[in-house]
Design a protein around this ligand. Structure first.
Ligand code: NAD
Ligand code: TYD
Length: 341
């Protein structure tokens, strides 16, 4: 492993992974391909721009000619596929791009990787492919029952990865990560949305009763978990990658408000998300058995994250005044108008 193609490296987890790899693996070259959709942001990679072991290419993973060009120019031997449309609410409004990137894009990367005989293909998947679970925790062998266009598209991409391992003997690994938080997360996701809204004394649109449960994973732990699976996972292996921090949305919301010293009256219960998964929970014993554990404790990582958004308005203010405004209007205007009715 020498030249690693990181797709979607200008996004939230991808950029944190690029930082992690450059800091921890001095022998690798990290090559990013990113389409720079609304979620891709070169500010996320500013710190590494001058690193000689890093290269950036703008491109679409579903564009085969572009992918082939980058594989050949950089002699790519390993792929870590983060590139995706990643937001459930957008997948409910407009599913098209989810199929093109999360399914077709994954297939194009696999196909080019197969033809070039790469050493390993790591698919960054999600716990959402399992669907929802009321009690107990999902194990890797459990059936996939995705409920949103997003999670169904991620499951579709992931199953192509499985097929390339079974059919062509391609060396593949899959990580199913849980809800991730930390610096550089696009403020459509609940934590950065609520933190940045609260800073501006805007309402926090909490879906339904707020009693949905998510298992929170700090982004640097997500990056280290992926690096661990990339190096130590068995070929064809699928690994749950969770933080072990199951929390109700309402409780996380209260904690964020406390760190910001803002009132709970900002919380505005709104109409629930369609098909909203009630609870995610992962059994991560397979990953623990190969030697990985999260390094961050939830409460202090949350406090640190809140502080990062307080200290880095330069990063999120331009985002919230751009394309985000149209999305916010479509997603929340009606909900907020009807709140409490
Ligand atoms: P993100 O939306 O912040 O970033 C996605 C990146 O992919 C962006 O930089 C975007 O420009 C790029 N991209 C989108 N379409 C592309 C295309 N066709 N070609 C090339 N680049 C393209 O997403 P994220 O939260 O960083 O998630 C990264 C990966 O991790 C995704 O695969 C997601 O499914 C998975 N994941 C996310 C979470 C989470 O909580 N955020 C949890 C588990 C798994
Ligand atoms: P989100 O950050 O969109 O991640 P995911 O849907 O992938 O889990 O949402 C996390 C939880 O927060 C989820 O249960 C939905 C809820 N949520 C709200 O209550 N209000 C919001 O405005 C958003 C974006 C999410």
């Amino acid at each position: 492993m020498k030249n690693i193609l990181v797709t979607g490296g200008a996004g939230f987890i991808g950029a944190n992974f690029v930082h992690y790899m450059l800091n921890n693996y001095p022998d690798y070259k990290i090559v990013v391909i990113d389409k720079l959709t609304y979620a891709g942001n070169m500010d996320n990679l500013k710190e590494v721009a001058d690193n000689p072991r890093y290269a950036f290419y703008q491109g679409d993973i579903a564009d085969r000619a572009r992918v082939e060009e980058i594989f050949d120019a950089e002699n790519i031997d390993t792929v870590v596929n983060f590139a995706a449309e990643s937001h459930v609410d957008r997948s409910i409004l407009t599913p098209d791009a989810f199929i093109m990137t999360d399914v077709v894009g994954t297939y194009v990367l696999l196909e080019v990787g197969r033809q070039r005989g790469i050493e390993r293909f790591h698919q960054v998947s999600t716990d959402e492919v399992y669907g929802t679970i009321d009690e107990g925790s999902f194990k890797e062998g459990d059936p996939l029952e995705p409920n949103s266009p997003y999670s169904a598209a991620k499951a579709g991409g992931e199953l192509q990865v499985r097929a390339y391992n079974e059919t062509y003997g391609m060396d593949t690994v899959v990580s199913r990560g849980s809800n991730t938080f930390g610096p550089y997360q696009y403020p459509e996701k609940v934590m950065p949305l609520f933190i940045t809204n609260a800073i501006d004394d805007l309402p926090l649109p909490l879906y339904g009763d707020g009693k949905q449960v998510r298992d929170w994973l700090y982004v640097e732990d997500h990056a280290s978990g992926i690096a661990h699976i990339l190096h130590h996972g068995e070929s064809g292996g699928i690994y749950n990658l969770g933080g072990g921090n199951e929390r109700y949305n309402i409780d996380v919301t209260h904690q964020m408000l406390e760190h910001l010293d803002k009132p709970r009256s900002l919380i505005t219960p709104v109409e629930d998300r369609a098909g909203h998964d009630r609870r995610y929970s992962l059994d991560c014993s397979n990953l623990h058995a190969i030697g990985w554990k999260p390094a961050y404790e939830f409460e202090s990582a949350l406090e640190k994250t809140v502080k990062w958004y307080v200290d880095n308005e330069w990063w999120w203010r331009p985002i919230k005044s751009g394309e985000f405004k149209d999305f916010y209007e479509r997603q929340y205007a009606e909900r907020l108008k009807n709140a409490g009715k």
